[in-house]
Design a protein around this ligand. Sequence first.
Ligand code: ADP
Ligand code: MG
Ligand code: MG
Length: 211
Amino acid sequence: MTLDVAWAVGWVRASAAAVLEHRDELVELDRQIGDGDHGENLKRGFTAVVAKLDALEEPPATIGDVLKLVATTLMSTVGGAAGPLYGTAYLRAAKAAAGPTLDSAGVVALLEAGLDGIVARGKATTGEKTMVDAWSPAAEAAAKAAADGAGPREVLRAAAEAAARGAGSTAPLVATKGRASYLGERSAGHLDPGARSSQLLLEAAAAAAEP
Ligand code: ADP
Ligand code: MG
Ligand code: MG
């Protein structure tokens, strides 16, 4: 089994649906340790992505084309920290997934490229209470699942489960990057909004691969 362009389009639509559904929750999380705009930022971004997807005259030819559309749209519409971070993640992921299909190794490469983009842009490592705390265990779990012979759907499922655990693990952490770091020790006791949204996006990727 391989993932195709229809999966990538499904991932985008599932991401938009998840972001809309969780808009208020993400705003509330960002209100605790940031400026309260994360849910609205992502809602604006993914609404624009879906509008662009719907307006295409020709269906996208490759998975990379879909992810590149996501990247450029998020970069121009989301703003704040998350716009450039997710924009870079999807841009790198687009380059890693340039072809029409993805096997397990391809899924791992996509996730590792996304993580690399976030790290290149934001210079965070794990434990700093950022989206890296969701993406890093996700990429690791994906690589392990692929090495164990899992198919792309199982690889994505492993990544999503690890992202959920990773996002959950941010609650006790003290933020040392981004706006939440201004709070110092007072940032502890709250989930990181970007790690939570990363979890939602990776869960959407796995859901879109289900039959
Ligand atoms: P802003 O903080 O500009 O309002 P958002 O609220 O949209 O932007 O996004 C905040 C999220 O961005 C944080 O919860 C965190 O996960 C992520 N973030 C911030 N700085 C970094 C960084 N340097 N590296 C990785 N992620 C970061
Ligand atoms: Mg914010
Ligand atoms: Mg902001």
